[in-house]
Design a binder for this molecule. Sequence first.
Ligand SMILES: *Cc1c(COP(=O)(O)O)cnc(C)c1O
Length: 412
Amino acid sequence: MNSQDLLNVAKEFGSPVYVYDAEKIVSQYQRLTSAFKKVKSLRINYAVKALSNISVLKLFNNLGSGIDTVSWQEVKLGLAAGFKPENIIFTPNGVSLEEIEAVAALGVQINIDNLSVLEQFGAKHPDIPVCIRINPHVMAGGNSNISVGHIDSKFGISIHQIPHILRIVENTNMCVNGIHMHTGSDILDIEVFLYASEILFETAKNFKDLEFVDFGSGFKVPYKDGDIETNIEELGKKLGNRFNKFCEEYGKDLTLAFEPGKFLVSEAGNFLAKVNVVKQTTSTVFAGIDSGFNHLIRPMFYNSYHKIENISNPKGRERFYSIVGYICETDTFANNRRISEIKEGDVLCFKNAGAYCFTMASNYNSRYRPAEILWYKGQAHLIRKRETFDDLIRNQVEVNLDDLQPKKEIAK
Ligand SMILES: *Cc1c(COP(=O)(O)O)cnc(C)c1O
């Protein structure tokens, strides 16, 4: 889809609005599967938390993808989208044993990432096979906020605790059918990832009933021109070969699993917002849009970069702008960005708005969450309505304060 298509969407559905290009999602999925075509059994489990709209989930189901979920609610969304329980993996962190049991009861693959829950679950349900999430203590990326492999990370069971795991498995007689790692969000260096994979293979040899080895995610996508991205084709070749060799050593054809979010949906997403005001101060030209961190929090939360284009005036002379929101807090999307000349009423397009954008939106400042559009086969389809005032007050309970009596003291 091109800029004119996006402008038409903004015209038809209003702003702010998220627009997802299905074709891009499909091509990313196919790029990943073809990179690993030498692997006999490959499973891609799309990480629902990146973008959880049910129509997007249906698209993944049509592609033959599975899903990776982190809450009971995401599992329910997946089931509602038509995924079979056996194509869902549950990889939570810090959730209760009850939630894990509830998800297991739906027939979903469980992935356990702490010793205490492993022991309790194994003792109660030795008949339900589980996957174990390992922390190989490898820092895959540069950004320590999104790297989860370090030694005091809350994610995964440390490789230094393998003896504990083995003792629990032996004592409870439970079955471990998968071994998993998810080292962080940015794989910049394939060699580092392969190194972590070796640790996972070494760990895997301890378990006799494996069906799959799950390498998590962390594929980096480009956000700006010249950004390094994970070389999927090279990773596919190197890890694919190594995996096939491991299966020979292990004596069984295992499934190689991945659970990417960002790689599959980030670049497919565009966030469109309208410029409310252009404000010239003594030092800066601000463009204030009809949105804020209530709709797109990544720039403020992770300091992440989103390319911004003025699709209303793509050929205009470039000037420097600071793009800010309408929230009564500092909510700067971009500082001193070169963007073609902005007039009030222009529509700005934020790129890479597919992953962790709408799913992190809130009602802060009592604003409505935006609409979502799926661009599919050359047409725009509304896949989530913009919220209305009713949505804001739906669960609020209005009490009549004047009628409330003070709590009576209990007589002794
Ligand atoms: C968030 C998450 C993913 C997806 O990560 P991306 O960087 O979006 O690819 C995969 N696995 C687990 C366990 C996660 O928590």
